[in-house]
Design a protein around this ligand. Structure first.
Ligand SMILES: *Cc1c(COP(=O)(O)O)cnc(C)c1O
Length: 205
């Protein structure tokens, strides 16, 4: 990360690392925690609560991010448990999250997921609808801090990362969650502030 940031002319602390622990055994996660790492990402609400719930109190500085799709029936649990929800992607979810934040008086950091390659199998708002969706979020009273994307596997990623940054910039959004095990260097070169890395840390799932 440091090398990639430096090569891009960015400060060494311009981006943070979220270690993605989905499906990993606790034996693999424990050494990373012991080494002092505190930012972790999970794909599923239930799995995250089972894995992290029991140790949460022991690590008050944990930062747990939901990076998988949020179902509306899981909204209350997600708002109550996560520090970051990176996958706000449709009106129904925006509305439900806003309601829960009101109800619980607890507000995770929120990112909107953009389906940057407009792929049918991926969640997120398509780029052409991002501006309108961000407005909708604002209308619901949600404070969106940034954008997240998972670019297509095929072809160069740079243009997708550049597009996400362009959308973020035009809304003054500082947080850009982009870059995974096989493309984090490129993402960092294109302005990522948070990379999400699983297999490059823990091995294949
Ligand atoms: C699994 C996952 C990651 C990590 O992927 P790796 O290729 O293992 O680094 C990052 N982001 C999301 C949204 C994921 O689901």
């Amino acid at each position: 990360m440091r090398k990639a940031l430096k090569a891009a002319g960015r400060a060494e602390d311009a981006a943070v690392l979220t270690a993605v622990t989905k499906t990993q055994a606790w034996d693999a996660i424990a050494p990373v925690l012991a080494a002092g790492h505190r930012r972790f990402g999970e794909n599923r609400v239930q799995e995250a609560m089972e894995r992290w719930g029991p140790v949460r109190e022991d690590y008050p500085d944990l930062v747990l991010s939901l990076i998988g799709p949020l179902q509306s029936n899981k909204t209350a649990e997600a708002v109550g448990f996560f520090d970051v929800i990176a996958t706000i992607d449709r009106d129904k979810i925006a509305r439900a999250v806003a309601e829960e934040i009101q109800k619980q008086g607890r507000a995770p950091g929120l990112l909107v997921q953009v389906n940057i390659g407009e792929e049918a199998q991926k969640s997120g708002v398509v780029p052409s609808e991002a501006d309108a969706f961000l407005k909708t979020c604002g209308a619901h009273g949600l404070k969106i801090e940034g954008l997240m994307c998972i670019p297509p596997v095929e072809g160069p990623r740079g243009p997708y990362f550049a597009l996400l940054k362009k959308i973020a910039d035009r809304h003054g959004l500082a947080r850009l969650s982009m870059g995974m095990s096989d493309d984090y260097e490129t993402a960092l070169a294109f302005g990522s502030t948070e990379i999400r890395v699983g297999s490059a840390i823990f091995g294949s799932r």
